[in-house]
Design a protein around this ligand. Structure first.
Ligand SMILES: Nc1ncnc2c1ncn2[C@@H]1O[C@H](COP(=O)(O)OP(=O)(O)OP(=O)(O)O)[C@@H](O)[C@H]1O
Length: 584
């Protein structure tokens, strides 16, 4: 029996005792003559005593109390009868952080047909992919689904049973139609045994999983609660092109961590691991997280710190995070740290991360563009155990990206082999020679390839695209320069407009970005030692790097965001190189 049921039962016993006590006191009171003297007056009481002697009290009770008791008795009998005929209901609550929430909410959305007294509806827009038989094109169709209103039960018929579903909130006064952070789903069914409802819910979950397969669910924190944004097909690990070795290191780290529950427990270390992914936009941070979630059969729960209103909400948000999900905290370098602004403070965030409840085995990813803006306290091992820089593309990434886009047959998607592959390898080399290393992002390369493929696929001259690929590099680089200038201008304007609300935290210091991932040792004792060593080293480093580096940092930051000056000279070099290739 649950603790709430035990508490309820002992409450009832207590109430019963109180009632019994009151009845005894009442009987004692009405057996006294003074009581009747007070009630009917001295003269009537005297008359009664004269005529009936000692029976006076008894007769008074009979005449006075009987009509009252009769009405009460009828009421009691009616109540008991009603109770006997009343149907029994079983009901369950499902919170957004429950694993099954998406499946149940999907079922409800699909099956809610009518809502009693409906005046306004909450409709969800759900894009649905449809593969038609005669064409491989995937259409995206809007699908409207109705959710029950807050605190209004909607009826759903399932296998001959009527189920009552409702969105409820812990806050009774909340009648808003919008999602609230205390919201949950409630399902009730007429039955005395929970098993049938349990079986139904299992069926809905199975249907959902069957249709969803290995898909990854993306949850997003919307400023009130976690909501399921979409489900996406698993992202293959091979579709993320990083510096050689990085992917393997991070996945090894995560797999080791997943098997170390006992190791952490026996050493009294909180069982969680923090990963920081940083680097310029479009270098694959989000893509890597999705690929990791796919590989580990997990989901992704994303929160932007700009969506969280204060420290306590941050703590609740962490505790409510959907299970079996990689938790991703975005915009780490954009967050506002003053308590007055209603945002998460640095100390609040550290407290929440240190004391993270209900998230055993949590793997928390934090992403940012500018490493230098992250407070050192956050970077300490235990909070951020692995720091991984995703940077501008090195030659291997340029080559990998080329093969990802041109290494397969367009129609069959089979890998190109044989002489054709040798030919493509030549093109790939030339292309990689033309693109400057450490200057373009993988997203920029991707966009260049896609535009070329879209605009220049021709059956008559299929290889013409490769000439354009090489010749187009200088223009590609100029375009990048313009795009980055625009992005920097946009960021500058945005920063200016929010500057008045941004207050720097006292803990803000400068830190030097580590170059490589710190992978865990494979043996347990080494792991422990390495953790302590790293901790001491990191803290020392942080203490040493003080403000004298500020100017250097600003320069570095600008260079990170917009290496346009460098690009100009590079374009010249590239033009020369392309010319040389042409001549050759
Ligand atoms: N390393 C990479 N490998 C494969 N694809 C990449 C890579 N980097 C970027 N892309 C592609 O570029 C697009 C943007 O990438 P993504 O969102 O992962 O970048 P990001 O680093 O998370 O950017 P931001 O910092 O702006 O969030 C995606 O379509 C992704 O497929």
């Amino acid at each position: 029996m649950s603790s709430s049921a035990i508490a309820k039962r002992s409450l009832n016993m207590h109430q019963l005792k109180c009632v019994f006590d009151k009845i005894l006191t009442l009987l004692e009171r009405i057996s006294e003559e003074t009581f009747w003297e007070g009630l009917i007056g001295q003269r009537l009481a005297n008359l009664g005593k004269r005529y009936f002697g000692n029976d006076f009290v008894m007769l008074s009770i009979i005449f006075y109390i009987t009509p009252i008791l009769r009405t009460r008795w009828d009421e009691l009998v009616e109540r008991l009868l009603r109770n006997r005929n009343d149907p029994k209901y079983v009901s369950v609550e499902i919170r957004p952080s429950d694993n099954i929430y998406s499946a149940i909410s999907y079922f409800i959305n699909r099956n809610t047909k009518s809502v009693p007294g409906l005046k306004e509806a909450v409709a969800g827009y759900e894009p649905e992919e449809v593969h038609t038989s005669d064409t491989p094109v995937v259409k995206s169709l809007p699908k409207v689904g109705f959710y029950p209103l807050v605190n209004t039960s909607a009826e759903i018929e399932y296998k001959g049973h009527i189920l009552y579903v409702a969105r409820r909130t812990d806050d009774d006064n909340n009648t808003s139609h919008h999602r609230s952070r205390t919201e949950y789903l409630s399902i009730s069914m007429e039955d005395e045994d929970l098993n049938l409802l349990k079986q139904f819910m299992q069926e809905w979950a199975d249907q959902y999983n069957e249709q969803d397969g290995d898909n990854v669910t993306i949850y997003k924190y919307n400023g009130y609660s976690w909501e399921c944004m979409k489900t996406v097909e698993p992202r293959g690990f091979e579709t993320v092109n990083l510096k050689p070795g990085l992917k393997e290191k991070i996945i090894n780290d995560m797999e080791i961590f997943r098997h170390r529950r006992k190791w952490y427990k026996t050493r009294g270390i909180p069982y969680r691991r923090g990963y920081l992914l940083y680097g310029p936009p479009g270098t694959g941070k989000t893509s890597l997280i999705q690929a990791l979630a796919s590989k580990l059969s997990m989901n992704v729960a994303v929160v932007s710190l700009l969506e969280v209103h204060g420290d306590s909400e941050f703590t609740d948000m962490l505790a409510d995070a959907p299970s079996n999900s990689l938790l991703v905290i975005e915009d780490l370098d954009h967050y506002i740290s003053s308590a007055e602004t209603g945002r998460v403070t640095m100390s609040g965030m550290l407290n929440a991360l240190d004391g993270i409840q209900g998230q055993e085995g949590a793997m928390i990813f934090m992403t940012c563009n500018d490493f230098n803006k992250i407070q050192p306290a956050l970077l300490r091992p235990g909070r951020m155990d692995v720091k991984l820089k995703l940077d501008y593309a090195v030659r291997e990434q340029i080559v990998d990206m080329f093969w990802r886009f041109f290494g397969h047959d367009y129609d069959t998607f089979d890998m190109i082999v044989g002489k054709r592959r040798d030919y493509l390898a030549g093109i790939c080399n030339t292309f990689a020679d033309c693109v400057p290393v450490d200057e373009v992002t993988t997203a920029e390369l991707q966009s260049y390839f896609i535009t070329l493929i879209m605009e220049n696929s021709s059956d008559e001259n299929p290889d013409g695209i490769f000439d354009l690929l090489i010749e187009g590099v200088p223009e590609f680089l100029s375009k990048i320069k313009i795009d980055r200038e625009q992005a920097a201008e946009h960021a500058r304007l945005k920063l200016n407009s929010s500057a008045s609300t941004v207050v720097e935290d006292e803990e803000s210091e400068t830190t030097e970005a580590p170059e490589t991932i710190e992978a865990p040792e494979t043996t347990e004792t080494n792991d422990e030692k390495a953790e302590t060593k790293k901790d001491v080293k990191e803290t020392k480093k942080e203490d040493e790097k003080v403000t004298e580096k500020e100017d250097e940092m600003v320069a570095k930051k600008e260079e990170n965001i917009m290496p346009t000056k460098k690009i100009e000279s590079i374009i010249d070099d590239v033009v020369k190189e392309v010319e040389a290739v042409k001549i050759a």
